[in-house]
Design a protein around this ligand. Structure first.
Ligand SMILES: *Cc1c(COP(=O)(O)O)cnc(C)c1O
Length: 380
């Protein structure tokens, strides 16, 4: 089956008992056992729940993986992956990972005996030179957040394989519609389903997908032992969101391309960050591993934080908010919002300036979005 068909059908058969076309919301914590100790497929909903199972099978199919697991948030999925490691292990991460991921690594997991190095992972040689004897995991996002750097998944996977480390790719920005990291050698894909997969800014969720049976068994054990599971209602909402992922991503992608052209002509914009605006090498990587450019754009505004405040205040269709990937267009100022937990000197060193603005382009009529931006720029 092709993507748009899998999005609607994978993991979901009409209900055998009632014919219900959509998977029921199994709002239950526990399951009757025919005899003490003789368990059916479901025992207790921390371990498994049928609505969650449908979502897990669906997401695995969309990522071309064998196994999926749904979590209560993207951070819960990330934390559970890091629990595959033990005290003393070392992790290499790309240097502009999601702010919450950086905070988890630096302010939580560093206290549990894990150590972290951050490198510009666009250059696989830099990843390789950061490898230590105890390196067990390499963590990347591509495109990166918020500077939209493109990392070559296949080349990074080769480094990981050579040093026997796992490669994890956070695929939240692209969604499985535009990129499938497992196809390029990643061991685990992680998603914040809060974003494009849910797609409607109405829930918090996360997921992992892998084709490695051992990794899956350990993640499943950890998920049950630690307990970061989503409720059935949220799983159902994600399944509902995913059904329209293909059509939504087409529109996100098309709208973003139009807005990029507008921003490139705007004199008060110093620089636009968007996949495909880099050099030939970057465009070649994009051709190999992406099927579009997505709906995320960042840009440097002349005039720093003050100019950003004036622009954001004037907008009417764009909502000033963190998060991304919903049907509605959102705009934010990383330095004071999503990346406020990154120390200023580290943030500036990584190129996230005080005048950087990040946009999650929604699926509204693009002419309304452009008119709103035009009026915003007039306020500067
Ligand atoms: C939002 C986000 C996360 C964290 O997910 P939550 O669902 O908010 O916990 C991780 N990675 C990326 C790229 C994100 O955008």
């Amino acid at each position: 089956m092709r993507f748009a068909t899998k999005a609607i059908h994978a993991g979901q058969e009409p209900d055998k008992a009632t014919g219900s076309v959509t998977i029921p919301i199994y709002q239950t914590s526990t399951y009757a056992q025919p005899e003490p100790g003789r368990e059916g497929p479901y025992v207790y909903s921390r371990t498994a729940n049928p609505t969650r199972t449908a979502l897990e099978e669906n997401l695995a199919a969309l990522e071309n993986g064998r196994y999926g697991l749904a979590f209560s948030s993207g951070m819960a999925a990330t934390t559970t992956i890091l629990m595959l490691l033990s005290k003393g292990d070392h992790v290499i991460a790309a240097d502009d990972v999601y702010g919450g991921t950086y905070r988890l690594f630096q302010q939580v997991l560093s206290n549990y005996g894990l150590s972290f190095s951050y490198v510009d992972a666009r250059n696989p040689a830099k990843v390789e030179s950061a490898v230590r004897e105890n390196t067990r995991l390499i963590w990347i996002e591509t495109p990166t957040n918020p500077l939209m750097k493109i990392i070559d998944i296949k080349k990074t996977a080769r480094v990981a394989a050579r040093v026997k480390a796992m490669l994890v790719v956070d695929n939240t920005f692209m969604s499985p519609y535009l990129q499938n990291p497992l196809d390029h050698g990643a061991d685990i894909v992680v998603h914040s389903t809060t974003k494009y997969l849910g797609g409607h800014s109405d829930l918090i969720g996360g997921a992992t997908v892998t084709s490695d049976r051992k990794i899956q068994e350990r993640l499943k054990f950890l998920q049950n032992a630690v307990g970061p599971v989503p409720g059935p209602m949220d799983c159902w909402l994600i399944l509902r969101g995913v059904k329209t992922l293909a059509v939504r991503m087409e529109r996100h992608d098309a709208n973003a391309a139009r807005i990029v052209s507008f921003l490139q002509e705007e004199s008060r914009v110093e620089r636009v960050y968007y996949p495909g605006l880099g050099n030939d090498e970057e465009r070649n990587i994009i051709k190999r591993q992406m099927r579009g450019h997505g709906g995320m754009i960042s840009f440097d505004l002349k005039g720093g934080f003050d100019a950003c405040k004036r622009l954001l205040k004037r907008l009417r269709v764009f909502t000033v908010a963190e998060s991304l990937g919903g049907v509605e267009s959102l705009i934010e100022h990383p330095a004071s919002m999503t990346h406020a937990s990154v120390p200023r000197n580290v943030r500036l060193e990584r190129g996230i300036g005080d005048g950087l603005v990040r946009v999650s382009v929604g699926i509204e009529d693009v002419d309304d979005l452009l008119a709103d931006l035009k009026s915003g720029f007039q306020a500067l």
